[in-house]
Ligand binder design. Structure first.
Ligand SMILES: [Cu+2]
Length: 476
């Protein structure tokens, strides 16, 4: 799907955008922040949020969205927007079947809406772009966790503001766990989330922000640090990879060419594991992989590389160092040949719809089906319980890549240009890449118990915040 050439072209997207008359060019030069000595900063694990209260049925959490000074580069402080002062935001660990309530206080100077990406939630809890919290306001989001175990994430979704506010830090992980599903997979301290995203900093380590200068975001962070290091034991680990970049496509491989066994996609475990040596991730996509370090001698260093990065700071994103000692770790984990039984998506298909993604050079606007987002317009009316095929076409020439994220449901990717996709990107998915000129077909069963209005949009949030968004209304 991804290759060096494809993504180098993608890197030119911002160049094209900069040539547009409507653009403002704020940061004309790349900042030169203090240099980082690679692989000296320990990889942080985002803190796991504790409930403020739990009763028999529900866990209650509280978070404040607020500005904070965060150490990104060693010895410097960067002004960010955070949840609870933490960047990335705290991780919420939910259990399948047990509801969670998250009370958010907006301590920002601006409005915010919080969206649980990949979550099957009521529409009033979905963080609709107009359903915002004013500064000083609180509201409680209800997450029923009725879906399969999965690596989800939460992020800002306020109308026109999401690109800037996600970039400034408003994102965190939300894991739904299930104790019965594949209990032999690595757990606990051997189950590690890796949130990747790019950033541009000036020479005093402050954020450079312009929606159109994605090509200048020349540092990739892993869990909020540049080129960190993780000491691993000689055993298997589960890594949950999330590309939380606004607009950067990434493609990961281990520097020794070792296999990463993909076990999960956006919406949870796949039916069977898939052995891969390179894994491409568009913005907002997730994969869970198992990596086995047990055969590597103590002291071995290997690097998780983003093969489409063009500088050390965007290419060599994370170093693993295998702990010393001759003995392998006691490791009773394993990857079963059959991971999960997936709910079927079946016929009959009641609707086939076209979703055309394009950029209008005259208006300087990103469009879906020829229109800019209007939060007061319903684009598709969908019958609850029905199955549909959406044919998504990227009508733009190189170098415009797009993607499509559909709120509330997990879909199956059928084919690209008429060719069936590989099992690792088939199902369950909530975000699909749509490179220039391609048509991708997805099969969606609207089997959520919830009705109402939900967005679908490109998840290059630089595009969605410039109106590359539409919405569907699920009716009984
Ligand atoms: Cu797009």
């Amino acid at each position: 799907m991804l290759n060096r050439r494809g993504t180098l072209k993608l890197g030119a997207v911002a160049g094209v955008a900069l040539a547009l008359p409507a653009e403002r060019l704020v940061s004309a030069v790349v900042g030169s922040p203090p240099a980082v000595q690679p692989f000296t900063t320990p990889l942080p694990i985002p803190p796991v949020l504790s409930p403020v209260y739990s009763d028999r049925g529900t866990d209650y959490y509280e978070m404040t969205a607020k500005p904070a000074n965060v150490e990104i580069l060693p010895g410097t402080r960067t002004n960010m927007l955070t949840f609870n002062g933490s960047f990335p935001g705290p991780t919420i660990k939910a259990r399948q079947g047990r509801p969670v309530q998250v009370k958010i206080l907006n301590g920002l100077d601006n409005v915010t809406a919080v969206h649980l990406h990949g979550g099957n939630v009521p529409h009033e809890d979905d963080g609709h772009p107009l359903d915002v919290l004013q500064p000083g306001q609180t509201r409680t989001y209800h997450y029923p966790n009725i879906q399969r175990a999965a690596t989800l994430w939460y992020h800002d979704h306020a109308h026109h503001l999401e690109a800037e506010q996600i970039y400034r830090g408003l994102a965190g992980l939300y894991l739904i766990e299930d104790r019965t599903d594949s209990p032999t997979l690595p757990r606990g301290q051997f189950d590690i989330p890796l949130m990747f995203r790019d950033i541009a900093l000036d020479d005093s380590a402050q954020l450079l922000w312009n929606n159109n200068d994605s090509a200048r975001r020349n540092i990739v962070l892993t869990n909020g640090k540049a080129q960190p290091k993780l000491r691993v034991r000689r055993r298997r680990y589960r890594f949950r990879l999330l590309n939380a970049s606004n607009d950067r496509v990434m493609s990961f491989r281990l520097s020794n060419g070792a296999e990463m066994v993909q076990i999960a996609s956006d919406g949870g475990l796949m039916a069977r594991p898939v052995r891969r040596t390179e894994i491409g991730l568009y913005p907002a996509e997730r994969v869970d992989v198992v990596v086995d370090f047990s055969a590597l001698p103590g002291g071995t260093q290997l690097v998780l590389q983003n093969t489409v990065g063009d500088t050390p700071a965007t290419k060599d994103v994370l170093q693993f160092e295998v702990a010393g000692g001759a003995r392998r770790d006691d490791d009773d984990s394993s990857v079963p040949a059959k991971l999960s039984v997936l709910p079927p998506i079946g016929a009959p298909v009641m609707q086939t719809r076209k979703v055309l993604l394009s950029f209008d050079f005259k208006q300087g606007a990103f469009l879906i089906n020829g229109k800019q987002y209007d939060p007061n317009r319903v684009d598709f009316t969908v019958k609850k319980g029905s199955t549909e095929i959406w044919e998504i076409t990227n009508a733009d020439p190189d170098p415009f890549a797009h993607s499509l994220h559909v709120h509330q449901i997990q879909f199956r990717v059928l084919d690209r240009g008429g060719k069936a996709v590989e099992p690792w990107e088939a199902y369950p998915k909530d975000t699909v890449s749509v490179p220039s000129g391609q048509t991708v077909r997805i099969l969606i069963k609207f089997d959520s118990p919830f009705t109402g209005l939900y967005p679908f949009h490109c998840h290059f949030v630089g595009h969605s915040s410039m109106a590359m968004m539409a919405q569907f209304n699920i009716v009984p």
